[in-house]
Design a protein around this ligand. Structure first.
Ligand SMILES: C[S@@+](CC[C@H](N)C(=O)[O-])C[C@H]1O[C@@H](n2cnc3c(N)ncnc32)[C@H](O)[C@@H]1O
Length: 246
């Protein structure tokens, strides 16, 4: 996968892309990235990327020209149609499903906004996706681009290695993941559930499935609306409902 990022603050990406799994993935050429400071595409002597909003009002608006020209400068492989993603609190909220969809693409381009927002023509003419990372307002799109990149790149083949399967993570299965424990088997009087040290893999699997469902029922019941429950799972849920109402 190739990723281009349009940002006025390229240095913000150094820590995230230069550390841990994303750095290893880039070093192994599992993806490549290029950060474009779209201020370099301004045409006036003050290198202005923003201007006052027509009609008046507070805040400055990002001008279309530097962003359109920066996008035009990106080399695009034949037969590849990049996804051009505008970071925007008004966009669709990022989900694991969206990250899985983007992980199948060959080329992603992120546009990171600042100030009051963008000239509307950027939104209507240039982008294929508008994504928000949650119902709150940030000062700029960089953190959002990093969040999306992290969630997408960890899904690329070879990035997480064999000892971790992203398909078992929360949301990928439609549920939250079950609890985890590691050594020691007892810590400050708190014991690891017996089943996990029993060596019985069938029982462990069933315990994990049940805990995953219970955790989802208690913390994120909204996820169960789109989840097909087996008859056994329906009974468990009824039992937890009775438990919580008594
Ligand atoms: C201060 S915000 C502009 C908010 C805009 N005036 C509005 O009310 O929708 C500046 C930039 O930060 C980024 N941003 C802010 N909140 C975001 C969010 N929740 N998700 C993704 N990007 C966000 C966007 O790139 C946005 O253009």
């Amino acid at each position: 996968m190739r990723v281009d990022i349009l940002s006025l603050f390229p240095e913000m990406f150094e820590g995230v892309l230069g550390s841990s799994i994303l750095k290893k993935a880039a070093d192994k050429h599992l993806f490549s990235y290029n950060i474009i400071n779209f201020r370099e595409f301004t045409k006036d002597k003050h290198n202005k990327v923003d201007d006052y909003p027509y009609g008046g009002g507070a805040g400055m608006v990002l001008k279309p020209q530097p962003i359109f020209d920066a996008i035009d400068s990106i080399e695009i492989k034949e037969n590849v149609k990049p996804r051009i993603i505008l970071l925007c609190p008004q966009g669709e909220t990022l989900t694991q499903k969206k990250s899985e969809e983007l992980a199948k693409e060959e080329h992603l381009i992120f546009i990171c906004g600042h100030y009051e927002g963008y000239d509307e023509r950027i939104r209507t003419e240039l982008v294929t996706d508008e994504i928000s990372i949650g119902d709150y307002v940030l000062t700029g799109g960089e953190l959002g681009a990093m969040v999306i990149m992290d969630s997408v790149i960890r899904l690329l083949p070879g990035v997480l290695g064999n000892d971790h399967s992203a398909t078992e993570d929360s949301f990928s299965t439609g549920l939250l993941e079950h609890p985890h424990y590691t050594r020691p088997a007892e810590y400050r009087g708190m014991k690891v559930p017996d089943v996990l040290v029993s060596g019985n893999h069938q029982h462990i699997e069933q315990w994990r499935r049940k805990e995953s469902l219970k955790r989802t029922f208690l913390r994120r019941p909204d996820l169960l609306e789109n989840y097909e429950l087996s008859e056994e799972e329906k009974k468990w849920i009824e039992h937890w409902k009775d438990e919580s109402s008594s």
